[in-house]
Design a protein around this ligand. Sequence first.
Ligand code: SF4
Length: 398
Amino acid sequence: MPTPSIQLPQYDDGPSLDAATRIVHGSSPDAIYAHIPFCRHKCHYCDFYSLVDQRDRTGPFADRFELETEAIRDFIDTSKIRTAFVGGGTPTLLEPPLLARVLAAIGTIPKKTFDEFTVEANPETVSEAVAATLVAGGVDRVSLGCQSFQPDLLKTLERWHDPNVVPIAVERLRAAGIRRISLDLIFGIPGSTIEDWDRDLDAVLALEPDHLSCYGLVFEPGTPLAEKQRLGRIDAIDDSIESTMYDRTRERLAAEGFEQYEISNWARPGEACLHNLVYWEEGDWLAIGPAAAGNLGGIRYRNLPRLDDWLEGSGLSPVVNVDEPSAAVARGERLMLGLRLRRGIERAVVDDLVRGHAERQAAMGRHLDRGNLVWLDDRLRIADGSVMLADDILSDLL
Ligand code: SF4
């Protein structure tokens, strides 16, 4: 734990490092998020910060990553850290010796082992060596991006993997000792049918994951997919079909023993993602790596999203997009995030979050009258039949 008498590292290349020092030093995160910005190919729906054809940068990346963790670990209170999540990008695209160094660097931050250590992986990158490296690095949970099992729909997304590699990847991870496996699917892909979606659900369930994330496709501005839509080369599927897909997901997964604990996430009992709960419960998390976003002491920030500039540094990442929301905005965001969770929010907390905010109270009243929000066991939640409208409801409450 830092004290005022500790000499902070000296930085000389700009004010954003001063901001990083102010935000990170003395913080007490619950979780760590590390961003690995390399991908084999850019999927057309993706707006995450990731770069292709950068193999020559992966070695320098590992060197720089270690320097960043060194700059962090002696200056934060590590006692609350419970989870780590390595996302991207495609973390498992790193060569195993480099992946091992990144995992080891993350492992040096807390003084005890993580309660949950997740790495995102793309199925085609999970070799036996990668799986063994994950286990040796302390990883106990892998989130595997499947998105679809239909080759034509993967092609629409410009997602480059053969669906047949997914069961092989799952088998390799399990054989190496990864017990907790989460699979991601995307519904509402242009050209998809309800039968396609049923087949995708069949395919993921056959792999017996303990966690599933099912997201509706979003045409993120600036992505090639959004551009194709703008040019009329591709059409979003009908809202009613997307809504039916979502309803089927909820019914099917409930019948299979999964609990929906968040709008887009289902888990077997006891297998909810602890790390993502930190986000939804507005905990504090530390960001490592270029473009990684963090939230510490009520301040949101993002590390510099430019790999070359990040590689030139030597300590903390310079930060950009520093946002310190007002108390009123922070309460609105807490309401919004809490309602993403299917267990909802306790009445006393809701009362606090809407107190003195007439517009928020009015929006809540409207959605209660319409049946979109309900009180259940003295907790406010989005009604079962209105979960598909969550984005609209939540933005009204913000
Ligand atoms: S693999 Fe993931 S991070 Fe990389 S481009 Fe595709 S969706 Fe984006």
